[in-house]
Design a protein around this ligand. Structure first.
Ligand code: SAM
Length: 251
């Protein structure tokens, strides 16, 4: 069944109307007939099986037949705390992280972040763009929610925020210096099967300062290795999310 997205909650018994590209796809590309069914995901993590009732003024009208928790959401809520990268790398990171199941992305000003976001207006414009990318990636990948890209945080604010989650992982490019091995990293990933939420901290191009990693470990963060090679910041988060997705996807 074809999947569509609606950017709000769907109330029981309401008639659902899809407009614009969705309507055109349904009417002129799929040439759907009355009674034929689609799945419509709302922003509350629910999927709705709906039957086409007919066409209105520029819209396709559906009646809901069944609703259930959206099956495309990971078993754990994953929050990516991303050291703010240079240029427009964040666009790529947001899009791919959403496809890989992230629930929330927090840009973090760590000690080695080079980018400066001078004022709130500039930050607001970037957040607007990143959240639009998130919405489009969520629709394309059939997510049950539209992940948010939140306001910039300092490293300590981000750590404080992450402590509300069940587990904090910090992929660290010098993880061998803090006693982390591939074996311990694999165990840390396996351990995510028992939690409901996890934070992943990724450093910017310059990486983490040793003091930042120490501070993270002091509050319970687990350092993990992403292998023997140094990954670019835009690769590292996606590698970490892919490994986590692969571990949790069958739950
Ligand atoms: N400081 C590094 C260097 O000297 O080239 C660069 C840091 S890397 C570009 C950015 C971030 O990606 C790191 O802070 C870390 O979070 C993550 N990362 C990159 N490679 C990693 C690896 N092999 N294991 C764990 N984390 C890694």
């Amino acid at each position: 069944m074809q999947h569509f997205h609606i950017d709000r909650e769907i109330l029981p018994g309401e008639r659902i109307e899809l407009f614009g590209e969705d309507h055109n796809h349904i009417k002129n590309v799929l040439r759907m007939k009355r009674g034929e069914k689609v799945v419509i995901n709302d922003t509350q993590g629910l999927s709705h099986i709906c039957a086409l009732a007919g066409f209105g003024e520029g819209c396709s009208c559906f009646d809901e037949e069944e609703r259930f928790p959206c099956e495309t959401e990971p078993a754990a809520r994953i929050v990516l705390y991303q050291g703010l990268p240079k240029k427009d790398k964040m666009d790529l990171i947001v899009e791919k992280a959403v496809e890989l199941g992230v629930s929330r992305i927090v840009p973090v000003m760590t000690g080695r972040v080079i980018v400066k976001i001078e004022d709130d207006k500039k930050e607001a414009r970037k957040l607007e763009r990143w959240n639009a990318i998130s919405k489009s990636a969520a629709m394309q990948s059939g997510r049950g929610i539209i992940p948010t890209v939140d306001r910039l945080m300092s490293f300590n604010q981000a750590l404080e925020d992450a402590r509300k989650l069940d587990r904090i992982l910090i992929p660290y490019e010098e993880s061998d210096t803090v006693g982390c091995t591939m074996k311990s990293s694999r165990e840390a990933i396996k351990g995510l099967r028992d939690v409901k939420s996890v934070a992943v901290f990724i450093g910017p191009e310059g990486g983490f300062e040793a003091a930042e990693v120490q501070e993270a470990m002091r509050v319970g963060a687990v350092p993990v290795s992403l292998g023997k090679r140094i990954l670019r910041t835009e690769t590292a988060g996606l590698a970490a999310l892919s490994i986590i997705m692969f571990e949790l996807e069958d739950l």
